[in-house]
Design a protein around this ligand. Sequence first.
Ligand SMILES: O=C(O)[C@H]1O[C@H](OP(=O)(O)OP(=O)(O)OC[C@H]2O[C@@H](n3ccc(=O)[nH]c3=O)[C@H](O)[C@@H]2O)[C@H](O)[C@@H](O)[C@@H]1O
Length: 459
Amino acid sequence: MDIDDAPSTPGKWKMEKPHHRHHPRLLLPRWHHSYPVSKLVFWSFFALALFLAIFLLSPRSSAPARTPDSFASSSTSSGVRRAALQMAPWGGPAWEKRVRSSARVRRNPGGASVLVTGAAGFVGMHVAAALKRRGDGVLGLDNFNGYYDPSLKRARQALLDRAGVFVVEGDINDGALLRKLFDVVPFTHVVHLAAQAGVRHALVDPASYVHSNVAGLVSVLEAAKAADPQPAIVWASSSSVYGLNSRVPFSEAHRTDRPASLYAATKKAGEEIAHAYNHIYGLSITGLRFFTVYGPWGRPDMAYFFFTRDILLGKPVSIFEGPDHATVARDFTYIDDIVKGCLAALDHAGKSTGSGGKKRGPAPLRIYNLGNTSPVPVTKLVSILERLLKVKAVKKLVKMPRNGDVQFTHANITFAQKELGYRPTTGLHTGLKKFVRWYLEYYSISLSKNDSKGRRISS
Ligand SMILES: O=C(O)[C@H]1O[C@H](OP(=O)(O)OP(=O)(O)OC[C@H]2O[C@@H](n3ccc(=O)[nH]c3=O)[C@H](O)[C@@H]2O)[C@H](O)[C@@H](O)[C@@H]1O
């Protein structure tokens, strides 16, 4: 029946006797007329209540499954990636109120009010949460780009939101946004962690490294130098700046002028840019050279993360070897140790001395290694994962491609120990155990559901 055939006045439609041969749709008007209104209301409410109950009580597993294999988006070009970024609009009284409230110091008398860039990233989320926990004011900033699965970044944002940290959606290259944030909040510190990370990806999308790690850093320093008061800056450099340095363990006094990747070169450039801003404007700047940070809520582009995924899927993992089968090793550093190092660097950062864009006196300029001081071969990393996952990995030993990787990293942390009281306490086995526990829970994977070869076939 066409809707145009229906009379406009209810009740004028002559009903037929219900008949089972009728199409159910034709019975509807009759049912409507013969059913008491009270019963109709009752059943409508009942249906609505049932629907709500099912919706609210449904277990987490009924939500769209999280899949750990979405790092494929990393191969998109920077142009495509940026075009796809849909930033939420910023500004307005309600937005400013939220910004102010998030950045307000709560329980920490004389505490810091901190802008954390890259707050939806791995290290950013942990640092922002730790600052908030101890009562500091924290505002996050992140552009939620698609270098890896943005839903993981959204989940981190949701976690911060529950902790009372507002993450503003925006790019560090947006000077107007940064100026606005400094207008609204007199930040005492900036922990600048937003960056284009990943050593090997620089071959795929070199422009994104210059955009985030060079132009983005300058943009943040420009906003900081013009702010009144000027904040102290703590930012993420990288162990990769040691590049072809072969003296071990790597010390801050060693050469860092032979980077092996564009990523490393942009981080090294950042250290020189920091020098210039400290020199000209009196900004207090501390660079932290992180050594292969890993742990819960980590980055899917890192080896320990995608090895875990591939081992569970029964897919081969490529283990890089140096020339003549030489071991490739990393000074893997657990996230909680890195967070302690970041907070200590912030607490020990001397003040910036400039104001109104003018230097008033010398300000601190520091660089520290934050590593674990015990390099572990990648083969060992894989065997720990095999034990924790209770699955044998399909291992492929391959010659390390010329992709910017270095063979070995090992941190000397004497300076950080002496000046920041930094002391890493988590070994690789313990740290990976915590990572694996998080990974299985986050992706709702049960190890008991393996196939006959002991492999997990799907999440
Ligand atoms: O320390 C740092 O500064 C850097 O640490 C990591 O870089 P990387 O140490 O190369 O970490 P992964 O990419 O997770 O690689 C870990 C190890 O696994 C090896 N690997 C990687 C990939 C692979 O398929 N096979 C393999 O054996 C690498 O050569 C490396 O020795 C981060 O990805 C960088 O963003 C960070 O700046």
